[in-house]
Write a protein of this length. Structure first.
Length: 366
């Protein structure tokens, strides 16, 4: 523990601080300390590093993160039971193990080599680390040093509520300048993928792939077809890959950014064309629906007019038939009259001829 009278105005000059941990919980991985110095939380103030040190079978394994990688931090005093420190990391820690001393090495000289995740992959996948301590192990002076080094920390009450007058930054799940692997990032459309360590490119790729698969499962993104959620996840992964390449090879990073920007321009252009086509089709469909309604009304009016005209035609046909019948009857009457007149004329002519013959056969008396 640090002497409370120590000057914390310049924390970079403070020595390292080691705090025994009773239990370390990361996701489904838990480690309970069985003896002294089994698990230690170490603050290396000059190097601005936070280290979890685990002693197992005489070999020290440790997880190391920079102060800048701590997104949120909350300290909950537990009264007579135990204190709890919850940290939300912006990127996975780096893993090291103690290297056996080489022949001729100076006594007490310890070296570490990079190793893989020894927490069954939980520390690489989970952003929340929870540590439990003896009551009072983490003092307010330590919390002030953490604040002085830029770690946002919230000091909570014994029952989990924020203790009045002791707020030291935003809450553990509250808004902040960065969105790590918390609930805010999980609900955003374009997630900020947790940046993997840079010591092993192969492990970087494995961690990033695991994060991609987890994001796809948690967000229930579609693996085929049009899916904005999958598009956002893949865009975030691509940005992280570009950033990883740019750290090692800046020129290739710049080239990849230009390629990504050109691809986004092309995608945006196609999206604009697609949206314009959808708008045009929607407008045309609306006009067609309106025109169809007008045409249906016009068709109904024309059908009514056709029915009226058909009724008029039927009446006129009946009238024409009656007139034809009348004309036929009149024509028959005229034929009878003409025949009678012809017969009378014939009889008259016959009588005149007969009278002439009679006159010739009987001379008139003088």
């Amino acid at each position: 523990m640090v002497d409370p009278s120590a000057n914390v105005s310049d924390p970079s000059e403070s020595p390292a601080e080691h705090i025994p941990v009773k239990k370390l919980a990361i996701g489904s991985w838990n480690l309970t300390a069985k003896y002294d110095e089994h698990v230690l939380l170490s603050f290396y103030w000059p190097e601005r590093k936070l280290v979890w040190e685990v002693l197992h079978l005489g070999v020290v394994r440790k997880m190391e993160v920079d102060f800048e990688d701590v997104d949120q931090c909350a300290l909950a005093p537990g009264g007579d039971s135990q204190d709890r420190l919850t940290l939300e990391l912006h990127r996975p820690p780096r893993f090291f193990k103690e290297n056996p001393p080489a022949a001729g090495a100076a006594a007490g000289e310890v070296s570490y080599v990079y190793t893989t995740d020894f927490t069954n992959g939980q520390a690489s996948a989970e952003s929340r680390h929870t540590l439990f301590f003896e009551p009072g192990a983490v003092s307010r002076e330590t919390a002030k040093k953490m604040m002085a080094h830029g770690i946002r920390i919230t000091l909570e009450g014994e029952r989990g509520g924020r203790q009045g007058g002791l707020s030291m930054g935003g809450s553990l799940l509250g808004g902040g300048a960065r969105s790590g692997g918390g609930a805010a990032a999980a609900m955003s459309l374009l997630p900020t993928m947790r940046q993997p360590p840079t010591s092993s490119p192969r492990l970087d790729a494995i961690v990033l792939k695991d994060q991609l698969n987890r994001e796809m499962r948690e967000r229930q993104a579609k693996y085929t077809g049009i899916c904005p959620v999958r598009e956002g996840i893949y865009a975030a992964v691509f940005d992280e890959l570009i950033a990883a390449v740019a750290r090692d090879q800046p020129k290739r990073g710049v080239l990849l950014r230009r390629v990504a920007a050109e691809a986004r321009l092309g995608i945006d252009a196609y999206r604009t064309v697609f949206e314009s086509s959808i708008d045009f089709g929607t407008t045309k469909l609306k006009q067609a629906v309106e025109t169809k309604g007008d045409l249906e009304a016009l068709i109904a009016a024309l059908d009514s007019e056709i029915a009226t005209l058909r009724a008029n035609v039927s009446e006129l046909q009946d009238l024409c038939e009656s007139l034809e019948q009348r004309e036929e009857q009149k024509a028959k009457v005229y034929e009878v009259k003409d025949k009678e007149e012809v017969d009378l004329a014939t009889e008259k002519q016959q009588l005149e001829d007969l009278l002439a013959v009679l006159r010739l056969s009987k001379p008139e008396k003088k």
